[in-house]
Design a protein around this ligand. Structure first.
Ligand SMILES: *[C@@H]1O[C@H](CO)[C@@H](O)[C@H](O)[C@H]1NC(C)=O
Ligand SMILES: *[C@@H]1O[C@H](CO)[C@@H](O)[C@H](O)[C@H]1NC(C)=O
Ligand SMILES: *[C@@H]1O[C@H](CO)[C@@H](O)[C@H](O)[C@H]1NC(C)=O
Ligand SMILES: *[C@@H]1O[C@H](CO)[C@@H](O)[C@H](O)[C@H]1NC(C)=O
Ligand SMILES: *[C@@H]1O[C@H](CO)[C@@H](O)[C@H](O)[C@H]1NC(C)=O
Length: 407
């Protein structure tokens, strides 16, 4: 369902500024599998997280005042590390979409290929599912070739002496197993994590760690469509071992949970804990600028000692805004979309309204619109977009990106 939509969406792509006073804005609904609904929500969260990471990375250095570690030891207990990291923002732009970016970024496919070339000892990949070939998706699209090539390179990697491990959500077992089988045949170690059983959720993380030195975090699934058909965003960091080793601890957690009959420990052993978090971020040079950075995780049961939770990180980065908060996600609605009973859940929504009102922060939301988007999402978004009044300096705007006209 989603697949067809993605293939079809390019020619009709429209931008809609959400009106503040009409009830005409809805999408047609159709029941999508629970699985995809989860995927949508968590994709949203992942993009937000990326935003946090990027904001920490790109904005904080500008605000960073020279720190006197003796006097401000308690205020800035920053863990330092001598890494001088290179950070590159990477994107997938759907092929055929005319998108004249003033700041073109390298393609995610090129960065993955590059990471495979760089790998000398190890490559660990955390993933949701694998459909890297036309065969997997029952398609015959020429643009699948990029994904097919990368899969072949990954299959060949163990033969060159690189240890390759993949953690994948066990919902993959409902999809084609061909990619994973071919990877296993090539010597790749694969563990399926039954997140549904462990947390009632999915393993929706997507990241790569190369030689415990380079890393990639982004929205792209291990899906050929994420390389050529879907708008995706990611961050690659090279020569960044302190952060890569911290990300590796998150991978080790998934790897542990991927054992048969694994259960989440009541208390994670101390080697999973981290010193880098909201209170004591890692201090590194990023492209020559001193920066503070930490990785957060969710749900709380997957946060060993010291790991900041995603929600706390998201609320705190919004709180840190001095001028604006820009959000680009698939879904944004203040409810628990996947809970059995209807539940209102407005932590992030409230935080946006609060900073817009109390601190006059400009808020912009760029939200996807799908035939299967919850109709109530547009109702809630209209209520956010209604908070816009020049006289009171309230400045919230919402834009929907829709595959077809929604009026
Ligand atoms: C960091 O520097 C590299 C070149 O060394 C450049 O390609 C990249 O875009 C820079 N990253 C950022 C976030 O400015
Ligand atoms: C992008 O630039 C090309 C060449 O300048 C132009 O033909 C095209 O209309 C532009 N597309 C958009 C969406 O602005
Ligand atoms: C792929 O297409 C074939 C033939 O059209 C069909 O029999 C099969 O069920 C499809 N498989 C999937 C996974 O959709
Ligand atoms: C890492 O740093 C070394 C030394 O500065 C440099 O030669 C190498 O190209 C860097 N690696 C990457 C992937 O940027
Ligand atoms: C912690 O130690 C255990 C036992 O030695 C090991 O299996 C696990 O991989 C370690 N975890 C991390 C994050 O290094």
């Amino acid at each position: 369902m989603r697949e067809n939509l993605l293939a079809d969406m390019k020619p009709h792509l429209l931008y809609h500024k959400l009106p503040q006073d009409t009830s005409a804005v809805t999408c047609q609904t159709s029941k999508s599998p629970q699985f995809y609904k989860w995927a949508l929500l968590i994709t949203g969260i992942v993009v937000l997280l990326l935003l946090i990471l990027l904001t920490q990375l790109l904005l904080l250095p500008l605000l960073l005042v020279p720190v006197d570690y003796h006097n401000n030891a308690l205020l800035f207990q920053t863990e330092s590390c001598s890494d001088s990291c290179r950070a590159v923002l990477v994107e997938s732009i759907p092929q055929g979409l005319s998108f004249n970016s003033s700041m073109p970024s390298p393609a995610i496919a090129d960065v993955w290929t590059n990471m495979i070339v760089e790998a000398k000892h190890s490559l660990d990949i955390a993933s949701f599912y694998w459909t890297m070939t036309n065969e997997d998706t029952n398609t015959s699209e020429p643009t699948a070739q990029t994904g097919e090539q990368i899969l072949q390179e990954l299959i060949k990697l163990p033969k060159t002496g690189v240890s390759v491990r993949i953690a994948v959500d066990s919902s993959q077992s409902f999809k084609s197993q061909k990619d994973l089988q071919a990877l296993k045949d090539g010597g790749v170690l694969v563990r399926e994590v039954n997140m549904l059983k462990l947390t009632k959720g999915v393993l929706h993380t997507k990241f790569w760690v190369v030689d415990k030195t380079h890393l990639f975090i982004g929205s792209a699934n291990m899906d050929w469509r994420s390389l050529t058909q879907v708008k995706e965003l990611g961050l690659a960091m090279y020569n960044c071992s302190c952060l890569a080793q911290d990300l590796e601890k998150i991978f080790e957690m998934y790897w542990f949970l991927g054992q048969p009959d694994a259960v989440i420990p009541h208390h994670w052993p101390s080697n999973y804990s981290t010193a880098y978090n909201q209170d004591t971020p890692l201090s590194i040079l990023v492209n020559g600028t001193s920066s503070r950075i930490y990785l957060s995780s969710a749900p709380p049961a997957l946060c060993p000692d010291g790991r900041t939770q995603d929600l706390q990180a998201i609320l705190s980065i919004i709180e840190d805004a001095e001028e604006f908060v820009y959000i680009a996600v698939m879904n944004f609605l203040p409810v628990m979309e996947f809970s059995h009973h209807k539940r209102y859940w407005s932590d992030i929504d409230s935080q946006l309204r609060r900073i817009a009102y109390e601190r006059k922060i400009k808020v912009r939301l760029l939200i996807s619109c799908w035939p299967h988007s919850e109709p109530v999402m547009f109702t809630f978004l209209r209520s956010l977009a209604a908070i816009n009044d020049h006289k009171s300096k309230l400045d919230i705007e919402v834009v929907n990106i829709c595959p077809q006209p929604i009026y």
